[in-house]
Design a protein around this ligand. Structure first.
Ligand code: UDP
Length: 238
């Protein structure tokens, strides 16, 4: 079997993905399928860390329009990511895959705090790491968290799962003339203002020289395909 292209990656999934066909919350068949895909990726011999968003439960920006301060709303959003991590940990362990949730916020009854040492220990034990609580600070996103953790853990790439097969010049679901890019530099991604990731995430990736692969999670097996070098995605690097 071909060697995987990457040995250690951080996979970023939006919270909305976990809702599947539901308007919000966690869809059990969707999270079970995702757990299977992550285990297949791990079985390639790749060290897998996952950052999940919280948009299926809560978004700070939305609640802040309703009289809750933005930092408080963001804290609620970060707590939502922890719920998603716990659900995914349970789904992985039901399938016999050891996992470990590490949180950016102190919550000893719920999970261990994220430190590089704890992360490396869990990866060495063959666990899939679930990095919850975002950065632990308001005004950031889980996209930025994924890039931050990739830098801290020396991951070779961030795999940004979306519902389209790469970065486009406009939303391909709305604009038939949208152009798809095979490759972009971090600076081009920033200058283009493409909606696929926020500017802070792209800027940090440029600073830390972390490649980002944007790909579609809709296709079964797409995570493993990207890891094997046969998948379709846009590479943002250099
Ligand atoms: N959040 C935050 N700081 C972080 C990461 C996330 O405050 O470092 C909050 C923010 O309110 C955000 C919510 O958590 O809206 C959920 O994260 P995100 O929007 O990235 O989730 P996704 O869109 O990927 O589901």
């Amino acid at each position: 079997m071909a060697e995987p292209v990457y040995r250690r990656v951080v996979i970023k999934l939006s919270g909305e993905y976990l809702a599947g066909p539901q308007p919000f919350g966690i869809d059990q068949p969707t999270i079970d399928r995702l757990a299977g895909e992550l285990i297949a990726a791990r079985d390639l011999g790749v060290e897998v860390s996952v950052v999940i968003g919280g948009g299926n439960i809560f978004r700070g920006v939305e609640v802040s329009t309703r009289g809750v301060s933005r930092p408080t709303g963001d804290t609620m959003g970060m707590l939502a990511t922890m719920m998603n991590c716990l659900a995914l940990e349970a789904a992985l362990e039901r399938k016999g895959q050891p996992a470990k949730v590490l949180s950016a916020m102190v919550m000893p009854e719920v999970s261990e705090l994220f430190t590089r040492a704890a992360a490396f220990r869990s990866l060495a034990e063959g666990r899939i790491l679930l990095l919850g609580g975002g950065t632990g600070r308001p005004f950031f996103t889980t996209d930025t968290t994924a890039v931050l953790r990739a830098g801290e853990l020396g991951a070779q790439a961030v795999l940004k799962a979306t519902n389209v097969d790469g970065v486009y010049s406009a939303d391909p679901k709305k604009d038939p003339n949208a152009k798809r890019f095979d490759r972009l530099t971090h600076s081009q991604a920033l200058a283009g203002g493409y909606k696929v990731m926020d500017a802070t995430a792209f800027a940090l990736a440029r600073e830390t020289d972390v490649p980002i692969i944007v790909f579609s999670i809709a296709e079964p097996g797409s995570i493993s395909a990207i890891l094997n070098g046969t998948g379709r995605g846009t590479i943002v690097a250099g």
